[in-house]
Design a protein around this ligand. Sequence first.
Ligand code: ADP
Length: 197
Amino acid sequence: MTSSARSRPRSRDDARMKPVIALLGPPGSGKGTQAERLRDGLGFTWLSTGDLLREARADGTELGARAGEYMDRGELVPDDVITDVVEQALAELGDRPILLDGFPRTVAQAEALGRELDVVVLIDVPDDVVVERIAGRGQGRKDDNPDTVRERLRVYHRETEPLVDHYEGRGLLRVDGTGDPDTVLEALLDGLGHRRS
Ligand code: ADP
């Protein structure tokens, strides 16, 4: 991590907490791909809200059933629901640094978190690349059909993109997400100050 990313004033509470990095970017920007690599390479604990919600659905929980209705429409799960899920997960995790994949997704979620994030990485990918990538990945995710992808993109621009302004000057790291995964990882590690030799 660069010294500049750590130079913001932190409250006394923050100082006792494990570092948290968040990955921001449209659907199909490769957040999960990069999160997996950062977990394996740098030992982060990877917390994906999308995966948490999909697991809750698979387990047939009340949360899963409620979240599923929003997910299938390409909409965001209500802020209070997802914030509770994340706070509980954060409290249960150990001392390793945490990588949030898919949270926060709204300014309200960022504010509800109750602590500053150490670094927020924006993986920047234009809409046409997103549409092309998701059409090509064919993983069979229910929300990957073209209409729902378009809705997820609309929701991203409306609800999540304002976070870019919110974090500008507060640890935002912009990374070009259009290259192959290795190139994106390289840029990300450079930005975090972890150059590989
Ligand atoms: P992607 O980034 O490709 O859209 P995710 O797996 O991160 O996929 O999220 C899938 C769905 O889960 C979202 O469309 C949304 O319905 C729900 N979800 C995930 N994270 C959040 C969040 N932080 N706030 C609200 N809804 C969320």
